[in-house]
Design a protein around this ligand. Sequence first.
Ligand code: ADP
Ligand code: MG
Ligand code: MG
Length: 208
Amino acid sequence: MNMTIAISTCLNAITLTLQQHADEVAELDQAIGDGDHLVNLQRGLTALTQDSSSLDKMALPEALSKIGMTLMSTMGGASGSLLGSMFVTMGKTAKNTLADFAGLVDIYAAGVAAVKARGKADIGEKTMLDTLIPALVSLQASVRSNDSLMQAMQSLQQAAEQGMLSTKDMLPTKGRASFLGERARGHIDAGARTSQLILSAIADEVIQ
Ligand code: ADP
Ligand code: MG
Ligand code: MG
């Protein structure tokens, strides 16, 4: 069990899980978006991976800010500006927050708040927030009840998966999918799926 995993380790795990689910993710954004979500994410990930040895050497606040700026300048798409804002905000918050488990959850909470603000969206709108918010609620509950790191990561994985699945029957009210209205029902949101894959891969690395 290891709470302080290297950024390069996370990036490798995320790259692998997205490769393993590439066709599925591409199809999700093709069904109710414009089909580029996987490629957008991979463009960001490639840029981060090229930079991973320097990211590993940085202090957490600087690394998170650098990740955010890289995502903003390389990804494009709605997800690029949303995830970029998320990491830039986490970098700012990390400057004044202890990086123990509770502190990391606070840093993540600030990141989720930044996505909500940037996207003018909340839970229930069929977006990545339907994964990110339940994951946050689960982490905050784990902090309050002093769960073991193992328990916290398993609860996080369950909450993220439930949240991702919950997007299937939702009516989209933000992003490209909202243009489809009722026709978008029955499809899982691509950003909710990739957020869940990413959180789950990081949790697996922590549990190992
Ligand atoms: P684009 O929609 O510009 O092509 P992507 O395909 O990379 O960008 O990302 C689409 C994902 O971004 C969606 O699946 C959804 O999860 C997320 N998203 C879109 N708009 C918003 C928003 N306003 N708030 C939160 N998430 C959003
Ligand atoms: Mg798209
Ligand atoms: Mg696009």
